[in-house]
Design a protein. Structure first.
Length: 471
């Protein structure tokens, strides 16, 4: 079975995170730390206005755009809805284009075997636990714990989801985790009472740990971290909330991002075309309405064109699944596969496509092949795509790399050069915006990454053009 690793390293404007599965990049993002309003971030917001016609409220959460909260989220909660009232919410999906973050009142505080959820009273056993006797035993045991310890009382109602890991966990560990989760809920409520809205209610280390947890599955072998402080922070969080992940942490003295060709794979994911192993290729175009994917054979299919078309389509199915996840693309997706005349071949293609998406953490639906040879599907969109996160609109050219992304490329090349010539002095020449990002790094990071380095702003440099040279 193929395994996955999660790579973590400090960058110029945040912590870089990548997931490698079977030597291929499947996820990449930059965690911006203090101000990051990522999915599942608990926030104390302030109601700006309630719009009955939309059946929603707009909530100030400290972002450029107000968050959108459907009023149905308030069912069962005792919440004051007048303008200016504070409200405890969760970021359900991140801000996207001209839309603010979508908010929910259904907070989730998760551990390894259990998760507390707000707005759902009771005990819920994971559907992935299929053994009926095991389900009954867990339900009975959890009812005893709840009778003894009770659910949190404030900002409720609260319920508990029993996760799949509970099936193998010891009773004492489950009870201890329940107590810990209850304490974490109490701490969150206490923080909300003390905070002045708008305010994020968890610290950066907890939010970083949560983002990484969403990438972890049964294939995970190692979490490779290049920075001792980041490793220490994650270990502190996970020893309390998810010991299994704490055990997978390793300190990597080398640069795993270079060893796994992460930057090269990110650059490829920003291109509109992707080559397939057998010579075909796919073209990916994103519009406001949908994502269009065109599968191309690349060359003649020889005598047996049907077999050749199926081969290209099957290769495309796996690559499409990887690219949609890596590029963080969602919404309505239309795929124009090569035409298949045999009905059995079409069924095989759909089965392969479903298998390719089996490990995708985002909810999705895949339709049948239409009479025109198209496959329509939907995938949940969670905020900005990779292109929007790493580039910005400038007019001409239409998009260019963000300065912090180029700054990370500078640091990567600088690290390689310094490893080859230890003790040397260096000069970095780059566009002023890139130099500004490097110069704005905190003192500790600059001492670790830029000691002995002179930064020079060069007005003749384009955004992605820079020089690193020994002086």
């Amino acid at each position: 079975m193929a395994h996955s690793d999660i790579l973590i390293a400090p960058g110029a404007a945040g912590t870089r995170i990548a997931r490698i599965y079977d030597e291929e990049l499947t996820d990449y993002f930059i965690d911006e730390g203090e101000d990051a309003l990522t999915r599942d971030t608990p926030v104390l917001g302030r109601i700006k206005n309630v719009v009955p016609g939309l059946k929603a409220a707009f909530v100030d959460i400290g972002d450029e755009k107000d968050g959108f909260l459907p009023l149905k989220e308030l069912e069962g909660l005792d919440q004051d809805m007048h303008e200016g009232a504070a409200i405890l919410v969760n970021v359900a999906s991140e801000a996207f284009e001209d839309k603010g973050a979508r908010l929910s009142t259904n907070l989730s505080i998760a551990g390894e075997s259990l998760a507390f959820v707000r707005g759902r009273e009771g005990i819920f056993i994971s559907r992935q636990i299929t053994d009926e006797e095991a389900r009954k035993d867990l339900k009975r045991f959890m009812e005893e714990i709840v009778d003894d310890l009770g659910f949190p009382e404030e900002e409720g109602p609260w319920g508990c989801i029993v996760r799949t890991a509970a099936e193998e966990a010891d009773d004492d560990d489950i009870e201890k985790e329940f107590e810990d989760l209850k304490a974490r809920v109490d701490a969150l409520v206490k923080a909300a009472k003390k905070a002045k809205a708008p305010a994020i209610l968890t610290d950066p280390a907890e939010r970083l740990a949560l983002r990484i947890e969403r990438l972890a599955d049964r294939s995970l072998e190692h979490i490779r971290v290049t920075d001792r402080d980041i490793l220490k922070d994650l270990k502190t969080v996970w020893e309390r909330t998810n010991p299994a992940l704490a055990e997978k942490l390793t300190l990597d003295d080398d640069d795993p991002f270079e060893a796994e060709y992460v930057d090269e794979q990110v650059d490829e994911a920003l291109d509109g075309e992707v080559e397939l192993p057998g010579g075909g290729w796919i073209a990916i175009e994103t519009t406001r309405a949908l994502v269009a994917i065109d599968v191309n054979s690349g060359r003649g299919g020889g005598r047996d064109q049907d077999r050749a078309a199926l081969k290209v389509n099957l290769e495309a199915a796996y690559e499409i699944a990887r690219q949609l996840r890596l590029r963080s693309l969602g919404g309505v997706i239309v795929i124009d596969f090569l035409r298949l005349r045999d009905e059995g071949a079409g069924e095989k293609l759909i089965a392969t496509l479903q298998k390719a998406f089996a490990s995708d953490p985002s909810p999705l639906r895949i339709g049948a092949i239409s009479e025109f040879g198209l496959v329509e599907m939907t995938r949940r969109r969670d905020g900005l795509g990779l292109l929007e996160r790493l580039t910005e609109e400038t007019g001409v050219p239409a998009r260019q790399m963000r300065a912090n992304v180029v700054a990370d490329k500078v640091l990567a090349q600088l690290a390689r050069e310094r490893a080859a010539s230890p003790g040397a002095l260096w000069e970095v020449r780059a566009e002023s915006a890139v130099i500004d990002v490097l110069d704005a790094m905190d003192k500790e990071s600059k001492e670790a990454l830029l000691s002995g380095v002179t930064l020079v702003s060069d007005g003749a440099k384009a955004r992605d053009d820079f020089d690193v040279r020994e002086v």
